[in-house]
Design a protein around this ligand. Structure first.
Ligand code: PLP
Length: 381
C-alpha cells in the first residue's frame, strides 16, 4: 500500500507479517512524481536520446545474443571496455544495474550491522536510504552555505564518531561530486584531504562526473580507499537501460562480487555499455550542449531575481522568494512543466531543482516560470 508521501505503509490494514520498518522508510517526498507533462525536467536525465547508430548497432547485437543462455557473469567485455575508457585494469571495474545497485553492493560488502557511514547533507537521498536498508548506521555532517564539505568540520566529525563509537568508526564516507541536488563540486583539495583522513572507504559518487571540471579517478593510484562511482544514466543518455559501475582497488571489486546476485547484469545492458563507449565524442558533444544551456538557465533565473547556485552538473538549484516553492512547483505542473521540489530536503527550504533540457524545453521552462512568478505573490513579510 502506498501512502500519500509515496511511502509504503506496511502493516496498515494488513493482517499478515509486517515488513522491517527500516526497509520501508524512504525519506517522505523522495520519489519525484511521474506525471504526464510536455516538459520533463525533474530527474536529471539527458534531454536527447543516444545516437541512432548506437541504437541500430544495439538492436543488431541483441538479435544475435542468444536469450536462452545466462549472461557472462563477469561481464568481461564490458569491464574491459570501461577499463580501457578510464585507463585502468579490468580488475578495478565492477558493474551493476545503475549506480544505485553499485552503491547497494558497496553497503552490503562494507556496511551492515555495527558499521557506520558518514554522509554530508543535503545530498542524494539514496546515500542514506541504502544504509538504512543494509542496517548501517548513518552519521550526518553538514555542508557550508555554498553546499561544500568543510574539511576541518569533516575531520572533527570523524574524530567525534571514532570517540563515540569506538570500533564503529565509519567504514564508508560518502561524497557526491557534483552533488545532487545542489550542483556543487568538491574542490580537489577536499577530496584528497578526505581520502587521507577517513578510516574506511571514501566513495565519490560521480554520477554527473563528465559535467564537472575534475574527477577523483586520478586519486585511485595514490589512495587505495577511494572508490569512484559512475553511471550511464546521465551523460550517456541511457537511463532506461540501468547501467552503472565503480572504479576502485581490486579488493573492493572482489568484495562487491561476493555480495551481488549471480547473473545480475543482463546481456542486453552488457552489450549496450560496450557499444555506447564507441560513441564517446557524441557524448562529449551532448555534454557541451548541456553546459551551454545550463549557463542560459542560470542567467534566466538570475534575471528573474532568483538565487541560484553554481552548478557543475546538468541541473540547477534555485530558491523561490518566501515559502511559495510548493505553489510555484504546482503551477509549473499545471502549465505542463515538471521540475523537482526539493524544499523539504534538509537545508533546502524554498528550493526547487531544474534539470537542463533541450534549448526549446529550457525556453519553455523560463517563460512559464516568469508567468508563474507573476501569478503567485510572495507571502507578506
Ligand atoms: C548522485 C546520484 N547518484 C546515483 C544516481 C543513480 O543513478 P542510476 O542508478 O540511474 O545510475 C543518481 C540519480 O539521479 C544520482 O543523482
Amino acid at each position: 500500500m502506498t501512502g500519500a508521501a509515496g511511502r509504503l505503509d506496511a502493516g496498515e490494514g494488513m493482517t499478515g507479517p509486517r515488513a522491517r520498518p527500516n526497509a520501508i522508510a524512504l525519506r517522505p517526498g523522495y520519489h519525484s512524481p511521474q506525471v504526464e507533462v510536455e516538459v520533463r525536467l525533474n530527474t536529471n536525465e539527458a534531454p536527447e536520446p543516444p545516437p541512432q547508430r548506437f541504437l541500430d548497432e544495439l538492436a543488431a547485437t541483441v538479435a544475435g545474443l542468444g536469450a536462452n543462455r545466462y549472461p557472462d557473469r563477469r561481464a568481461t567485455q564490458l569491464r574491459s571496455a570501461i577499463a580501457a575508457h578510464h585507463g585502468v585494469d579490468p580488475g578495478q571495474v565492477f558493474c551493476a544495474n545503475g549506480s544505485n545497485e553499485v552503491l547497494q553492493c558497496l553497503f552490503l560488502a562494507y556496511g551492515g550491522a555495527s558499521r557506520t557511514v558518514i554522509v554530508f547533507e543535503p545530498t542524494y537521498a539514496l546515500h542514506s536510504h541504502i544504509p538504512l536498508l543494509t542496517a548501517t548506521e548513518v552519521v550526518t555532517g553538514n555542508r557550508d552555505h555554498d553546499f561544500l564539505v568543510e574539511v576541518p568540520a569533516a575531520r572533527s566529525l570523524l574524530a567525534e564518531v571514532a570517540r563515540g563509537h569506538g570500533p564503529r568508526e565509519p567504514s564508508i564516507t560518502m561524497l557526491c561530486s557534483p552533488n545532487n541536488p545542489t550542483g556543487s563540486a568538491e574542490p580537489r583539495g577536499t577530496v584528497e584531504a578526505l581520502a587521507a583522513a577517513v578510516p574506511g572507504l571514501l566513495v565519490v559518487d560521480e554520477a554527473y562526473g563528465q559535467f564537472a571540471q575534475s574527477s577523483a579517478l586520478d586519486l585511485l593510484d595514490s589512495h587505495r580507499n577511494v572508490v569512484v562511482v559512475r553511471t550511464f544514466s546521465k551523460t550517456w543518455a541511457m537511463a532506461a537501460l540501468r547501467l552503472g559501475y565503480l572504479v576502485a582497488d581490486e579488493e573492493v571489486v572482489a568484495a562487491c562480487e561476493q555480495v551481488v546476485l549471480p547473473y545480475h547484469l543482463d546481456s542486453v545492458k552488457q552489450a549496450a555499455g560496450v557499444i555506447a563507449l564507441r560513441y564517446e565524442s557524441e557524448m562529449r558533444q551532448r555534454v557541451a550542449r548541456t553546459v551551454e544551456q545550463r549557463g542560459r538557465i542560470a542567467a534566466g533565473l538570475t534575471e528573474l531575481g532568483l538565487k541560484c547556485w553554481p552548478s557543475e552538473a546538468n541541473f540547477i538549484l534555485f530558491r523561490t522568494q518566501g515559502a511559495r516553492s510548493r505553489e510555484v512547483w504546482q503551477r509549473l505542473v499545471e502549465h505542463s512543466v515538471l521540475i523537482r521540489d526539493v524544499s523539504d530536503w534538509p537545508g533546502l527550504e524554498g528550493c526547487l531543482r531544474v534539470t537542463v533540457g533541450t534549448a526549446d524545453e529550457n525556453t519553455r521552462f523560463l517563460d512559464t516560470l516568469r508567468i508563474v512568478l507573476a501569478e503567485t505573490s510572495p507571502p507578506a513579510a
